[in-house]
Design a protein around this ligand. Structure first.
Ligand SMILES: [Ca+2]
Ligand SMILES: [Ca+2]
Ligand SMILES: [Ca+2]
Length: 368
């Protein structure tokens, strides 16, 4: 639908002088560790509650490398630093070993729990093992004790199926973001169902719960039509001129240019010095390949208001010199991308090409 405006309207909007743009600092997210002594490098269970419910063949310990819990076990081997949490993974069952820590996950954070463990057993010594030993990792409500989630369950199998076993060191990682804003208990628990059915060895190290603010990616900029030097072709940019270059941001049925925040407008870091609203040109879809200089086209007004802004050519050239260095003197044309945002925060981006003139070698040959 065509739109027409009273001349007074045009006069009112003519030569609107814009202020400097806002610059928003981008703060990158950084993870924070909220497990205390997760690698057991304190040399003890500081930060943790270690419980043994029943008779343990070897109770919870924080030890270094080289300890062996029984025949057939490979020696303890810390995966991070010098210490590892360790126990015999056998006892006068039914009994269990429990190790837990309560943590508060900040609201709206991404939370990642990780740890490394190794389980070994040898049922060929001792009484027959008819029930599997079990290792669980649980998320509990620390107040009610209710299990909110079972992150991992490992079963050894029984003597007739797996008389000996070794999981090797196993690295695990789980997303606990669903518990953001809550205090939860991270619990490692080993169930020993029968009495002394053979040696075992359990190791745990590198327990970590990292929380971080999620990185909010800006949505990709919606495309915008711009016309550098409306009515004119080619779009000349003199490397040694200090004049103003008009750039029209073209309104369409879907884009009312009056919703664009003038202080957000930039080309390669340069900002316009002034501007006005008027219908000066119409958008044209480009068939040019990406990266190539675009064919210049002259268009007529189309009934949709455009926002015509004026960049100091020296501002644009300064930005291009920062981008291209001395190479700018050898270029024939460059694509310029104008970016801006609308009042409701949408990012827009449009491209047009300029033909560069005033290069040193051009001047030299002209003088000749
Ligand atoms: Ca460690
Ligand atoms: Ca033009
Ligand atoms: Ca227009």
């Amino acid at each position: 639908m065509k739109k027409f405006y009273h001349p007074l309207y045009i006069v009112l909007f003519t030569l609107v002088v814009f202020s400097a743009p806002f610059l928003t600092d981008f703060v990158s997210a950084q993870g924070v560790e909220i497990i205390e002594n997760g690698s057991f490098e304190a040399g003890n269970f500081t930060g943790w509650t270690a419980q043994t419910a029943g008779f343990a063949s070897i109770p919870w310990n924080v030890i270094g490398a080289g300890s062996v819990a029984g025949t057939g076990m490979q020696p303890s081997a810390p995966q991070d630093g010098s210490y590892v949490a360790w126990n015999g993974f056998d006892g006068g069952g039914p009994m269990n070993f429990i190790l837990f820590q309560d943590v508060s996950i900040p609201a709206d954070n991404v939370a990642t729990l990780s740890w490394a463990h190794r389980v070994q057993w040898n049922f060929s010594i001792g009484r027959p093992a008819t029930l599997p030993r079990v290792f669980d990792v649980l998320v509990r409500d620390p107040t009610s004790g209710a299990v909110l989630e079972t992150l991992l369950t490992f079963e050894t199998g029984i003597q007739s199926t797996t008389p000996t076993g070794d999981t090797g060191w196993t690295n695990n990682s789980f997303d606990l973001s669903a518990y953001a804003g809550q205090t939860v208990r991270i619990e490692f628990v080993e169930y020993i169902p029968e009495v002394l059915t053979g040696y075992g060895q359990f190791e745990l190290d590198s327990v970590s719960l990292v929380v971080e603010q999620p990185v909010v990616e800006d949505p990709p900029a919606a495309s915008l039509f711009i016309d550098i030097r409306p009515w004119m072709c080619p779009n000349l940019l003199n490397l040694r001129s200090r004049c103003y270059i008009p750039v029209a941001i073209l309104g369409t049925e879907d884009l009312d240019v009056r919703t664009i925040d003038p202080t957000s407008i930039q080309i390669a870091g340069a900002t316009p010095r002034k501007g006005f609203y008027w219908d000066v040109a119409a958008p044209v879809e480009s068939s040019d390949s990406e990266g190539e200089c675009r064919e210049c086209r002259r268009t007529r007004r189309d009934g949709y208001h455009d926002l015509v802004v004026f960049f100091k050519s020296s501002d644009l050239v300064d930005s291009l010199r920062e981008q291209y260095g001395e190479e700018i003197e050898d270029l024939d044309c460059v694509n310029l991308t104008l970016t801006c945002t609308t009042d409701d925060g949408a990012s827009l981006s449009g491209e047009d090409s300029v033909k560069l003139v005033g290069q040193k070698h051009h001047r030299w040959s002209w003088r000749r």
